[in-house]
Design a binder for this molecule. Structure first.
Ligand SMILES: *[C@@H]1O[C@H](CO)[C@@H](O)[C@H](O)[C@H]1NC(C)=O
Ligand SMILES: *[C@@H]1O[C@H](CO)[C@@H](O)[C@H](O)[C@H]1NC(C)=O
Ligand SMILES: CC(=O)N[C@H]1CO[C@H](CO)[C@@H](O)[C@@H]1O
Length: 474
């Protein structure tokens, strides 16, 4: 069997062809080659939580290629086209992982901050300095060379209430400005920058208006946020509806948006102890919410907060959870035509004005902090010694770790299915199949070589092997 595996790996060695780059177009994301809409069908990816980034070694969620391959293949089965990573190191080489996600047709949204380097919301001026900017410019350097880098979040949940809405908004907008200027000067392609807002409805629309309005009405104002993510946990349980969850309110609140708005986190896990049914997926990707740009389910892996779709065990094996099956079933019902069709409305940005702000105490000044001394030179010349990522060949495509369905049977033959476009839900029902062809999630319909190389294409054989415990040998 070991000989077989080596043979399979050799046969499956493939060259990576890149996904088309994506960008914003009006209120949507668009595939820049096909001009089709790219609705975000995504999951938040942070196995290990905040501790996943170890500054002493540089290890982060995009540094272990075998783990990324395992998870990218599982995500292909699930049907996602985007992940969000919260906490990555700008000096780590992410080539192997980013190339794997690229080959899987999966885009990546990168939070530029980390627990070690972020705006101090209690005193933003103290943390807005040259070391901080060098760090976040390093993220641009690290990810600008990958075609599947979709966007950067300049901040995540910095504004959490009225007190933090006083001094922080001008700093977040200044960071958007600095990142956008750096990208304009140092990246060969445009990559959009925005903010991810906490699920605090009191400050939500003020935050969106403050960060995305146009100063003096100038649509090209480089301080504007180019997209807006909101974390949304209001749809809870099987009985919730478009109205009861307040999605109708969100749609009317954001109907005048001039930039893409999407859920940067969603997936309420109440009532506790019951698998999530994810009925909100039909609302989010249905005709009621075409002005939204989809969203990212919180989150891929089970962590202490209990939002996982899969459990990652300490030996590297993965167990799919019932939540995974339910989400996959919901994704399979998405209307692919609708999610790839550009919206017809494209409102112009509103002019920044104090009248946009509804909450007393929320900042109403668009006089932004001046960048720290030396920033102009950093932007003009680039930071020193950047780690600049680039795509590499993906040479192994077979998942080596054990993967178990939600009912505990082994799923064999899992392998990366190389895509040229973005991944889309395929109709796969992973937990019902003990053997995967590796081609089942292909949007191009091309079968991978895995099943024939293994000689397992039928569920019966896979099930029999699983029952006999033979999967372990693969
Ligand atoms: C709003 O931001 C401006 C510019 O940074 C600052 O001078 C002012 O103190 C802030 N207002 C509040 C209420 O914090
Ligand atoms: C769309 O909106 C209508 C009217 O508010 C509502 O009845 C319907 O359930 C919504 N559709 C979905 C899929 O949530
Ligand atoms: C029961 C079930 O979902 N079977 C699926 C297993 O996978 C094959 C190929 O991916 C599908 O065609 C089956 O429908």
């Amino acid at each position: 069997m070991l000989v077989t595996r080596a043979f399979v790996a050799a046969v499956l060695s493939v060259l990576v062809s890149a996904v088309d780059t994506a960008d914003t177009k009006g209120i949507a994301f668009v595939d820049t080659a096909t001009n089709k809409r790219l609705q975000i069908i995504g999951v938040d990816y942070q196995p290990g939580g905040q501790a996943s980034f170890d500054p002493s070694t540089g290890k982060d969620v995009l540094s272990d290629s075998s783990v990324c391959l395992r998870d990218a293949v599982i995500m292909q089965q699930l049907g996602v086209n985007t992940i969000r990573v919260y906490n990555v190191n700008p000096q780590t080489n992410h080539d192997a992982c980013m190339s794997i996600f690229n080959a899987a047709g999966i885009y990546v949204i990168v939070d530029v901050n980390s627990p070690f380097m972020s705006l101090n919301r209690a005193d933003p001026a103290s943390s807005y300095n040259s070391a901080y900017l060098t760090y976040i410019f390093g993220q641009v350097e690290n990810f600008k060379g990958y075609p599947n880098t979709l966007a950067f979040f300049a901040g995540n949940e910095v504004i959490n209430d009225i007190p933090t809405a006083g001094s922080n908004p001008p700093y977040i907008r200044a960071i958007q400005r600095d990142l956008r200027q750096y990208i304009a000067k140092q990246s060969t392609r445009h990559i959009p920058v925005g903010y991810s807002a906490a699920d605090v409805r009191e400050v939500l629309t003020d935050t969106w208006n403050y960060l995305t309005c146009a100063i003096n009405g100038d649509a090209n104002d480089i301080t504007r946020g180019e997209l807006f993510g909101l974390n949304s946990y209001s749809w809870c349980g099987a009985a919730a509806t478009f109205q009861s969850a307040g999605y109708n309110t969100l749609v009317s609140d954001f109907q005048s948006t001039s930039v893409p708005v999407f859920f940067s986190e969603y997936g309420c896990n109440l009532p506790a102890g019951v698998p999530r049914v994810f009925n909100e997926v039909q609302a989010l990707y249905g005709p009621n919410m075409t002005d939204f740009n989809g969203g990212l389910v919180y989150e891929y892996s089970q962590e202490t907060s209990n939002y996982g779709l899969v459990t990652i065990n300490s030996d590297g094996s993965v167990q799919l959870l019932k939540d995974f099956d339910n989400l996959q079933g919901q994704y399979n019902k998405i209307d692919k035509n609708l999610v790839t069709t550009l919206p017809s409305t494209n409102p112009a940005p509103v002019k920044c004005d104090a009248s946009l702000i509804t909450q007393q105490g929320f900042n109403t000044s668009w006089v932004l902090p001046t960048a720290p001394a030396g920033t102009d030179a950093l932007i003009a010349n680039g930071i020193s010694k950047p780690q600049q990522g680039k795509l590499v060949d993906v040479t192994s495509t077979s998942v080596t770790q054990k993967v178990l369905s939600s009912s505990g049977t082994a799923i064999t033959g899992l392998a990366l299915n190389k895509q040229t476009g973005s991944n889309l839900p395929s109709g796969a029902t992973t937990s019902s199949n003990t053997s995967q062809s590796g081609g089942s999630s292909s949007s191009s319909g091309k079968k991978g070589a895995a099943s024939s190389a293994y000689g397992i294409s039928g569920g019966v054989i896979g099930a029999a092997m699983a029952a006999a415990g033979l999967f372990a040998l693969l």
